[in-house]
Design a protein around this ligand. Structure first.
Ligand SMILES: Cc1cc2nc3c(=O)[nH]c(=O)nc-3n(C[C@H](O)[C@H](O)[C@H](O)COP(=O)(O)O)c2cc1C
Ligand SMILES: C=C(O[C@@H]1CC(C(=O)O)=C[C@@H](OP(=O)(O)O)[C@H]1O)C(=O)O
Length: 391
């Protein structure tokens, strides 16, 4: 089974990722992993921390001569900022007077709930792990899943469809989303320049007022054949696994598959994707669809169309003009803590969500087709593609 876990704190020495269950023989393109990490660091509205970090994955195990060898892959991603925190957050006992308390919990962050739960006098240790710095390790892990999927012709990318009140005004084509991932700079990762300018204006407005914005990203899986996931068991459904994978990201508060949200207020005759038999030779089967409101999943199973998953982000909770809070020490009303912060992270969250989606899809692909080596997996995969083509 493909599994991954992460360790590490935001201002600790490094993030750690551990990925197991990948077959042997998958080419590991380190430049690709670095590019994915770079993409997660970009986007208009990020704070001062991103000027300090230059994320790169250091592979410790599981890869030899540029290919996976079937054993668990351990990676570290260093925190450049650690050097500024070694006295504040030492692993040894250290000097308690150097402790930098997060003295008043930020509404919307994990501070208060975490401090109560773990019995900490302030929120420092809570934010250290709650921080989305952890998503770096997810992106490095997801890059490995993407490299596996790439061997099977499956790609996972994202783009931004809303920042605050500014929304993408038209549907995006796969080719446009793919072109975004090749750009040398990322503004708001939107496929339409005019819409992107309106999104930028939303960020500029909150930069001026000391506020923050949220938004919506869309992850698209391209080239996934029908039959991944199953209706048979609740915990093996593709839609359920994707929802959990994306919802688990920091600040994501809703997940939508296809046109799930507007479908709830629409008639069945306008929502469901009428079936034809006009597919081309390049398609998995000759079955075709009028549109893809289902987001490529029916009954928890991929149906051969692009899989489309949207993540809805709440606005960032650390405000330069903070909301009311209470001092941990005195219990008196004070403003919530502020050190520095991102004000908009929709493009970065989209990249992190790509990683989570790639890991979930790769897990189900490996469960269906098995194989301890890439050639064995490819044999099983291609045999299945032949089967559905001949159906
Ligand atoms: C890429 C990314 C960067 C983030 N940066 C910040 C930040 O600078 N400041 C902040 O308060 N929250 C930031 N967040 C959101 C918090 O991590 C998140 O709100 C917090 O951990 C509480 O979890 P929850 O929002 O899922 O309930 C970021 C989220 C993502 C995905
Ligand atoms: C470090 C990252 O994001 C961080 C996520 C984050 C949070 O509260 O989630 C708070 C900020 O950390 P800091 O207080 O050190 O500036 C962000 O910079 C990153 O994305 O790599």
């Amino acid at each position: 089974m493909l599994r991954f876990s992460t360790a590490g704190e935001s201002h600790g020495e490094s993030l750690v990722a551990l990925v197991s269950g990948l077959p042997a023989g998958v080419p590991v393109d380190q430049e690709f992993i670095s590019h994915e990490l770079w993409r997660r660091q970009r986007g208009y509205g990020r704070g001062g921390r991103m000027r300090i970090e230059r994320d790169a994955a250091h592979i410790l195990s599981g890869v030899r001569h540029g290919k996976t060898i079937g054993s668990p892959i351990a990676m570290t991603i260093a925190n450049n900022d650690w050097k500024n925190w070694t006295e504040i957050l030492p692993v040894e006992e250290g000097d308690p007077s150097k402790h930098k308390a997060v003295a008043s919990p930020r509404p919307g962050h994990a501070d208060l709930a975490g401090a109560l739960k773990y019995n900490f006098p302030d929120a420092r240790y809570v934010l250290e792990r709650a921080s989305a710095r952890e998503s770096t390790a997810r992106v490095a892990s997801g890059a490995l899943a993407k490299l596996l999927l790439r061997e099977l012709g499956v790609e996972v990318l994202s783009h931004v469809i809303r920042v605050g009140k500014a929304e993408l005004s038209r549907p995006a084509q796969w080719e446009e989303i793919a072109a975004l991932s090749q750009k040398e700079e990322i503004l708001l990762n939107c496929v339409d320049a005019e819409d992107e300018a309106r999104m930028k204006a939303e960020v500029d407005a909150v930069l001026r007022t000391g506020d923050t914005v949220g938004g919506v990203f869309e992850v698209v899986v391209h080239g996934l054949p029908p039959g991944i996931g199953t209706h048979i068991n609740w915990d093996e459904r593709l839609d359920g696994l994707l929802a959990q994978a994306v919802m688990s990201l920091q600040a994501v508060k809703a997940v939508e598959i296809g046109r799930g949200v507007t479908a709830a207020e629409s008639l069945g005759s306008t929502v469901h994707d009428a079936i034809g038999y006009e597919g081309s030779e390049d398609d998995f089967t000759k079955f075709s669809r009028e549109h893809n409101n289902a987001g490529g999943i029916e009954g928890g199973i991929s149906n051969g169309e692009n899989v489309v998953v949207r993540g809805y982000l709440k606005p960032i909770s650390t405000l330069r003009r903070p909301l009311g809070s209470v001092s941990f020490e005195t219990r008196e009303p004070v403003k919530a803590a502020y050190e520095r912060s991102d004000v908009c992270v929709v493009p970065a969250a989209g990249v992190a969500a790509e990683a989570m989606v790639a890991l979930a899809v790769a897990r189900l692909v490996l469960e269906k087709f098995g194989g301890d080596s890439l050639p064995e997996l490819e044999r099983n995969y291609n045999g299945y593609l032949e089967q559905i083509r001949a159906y």
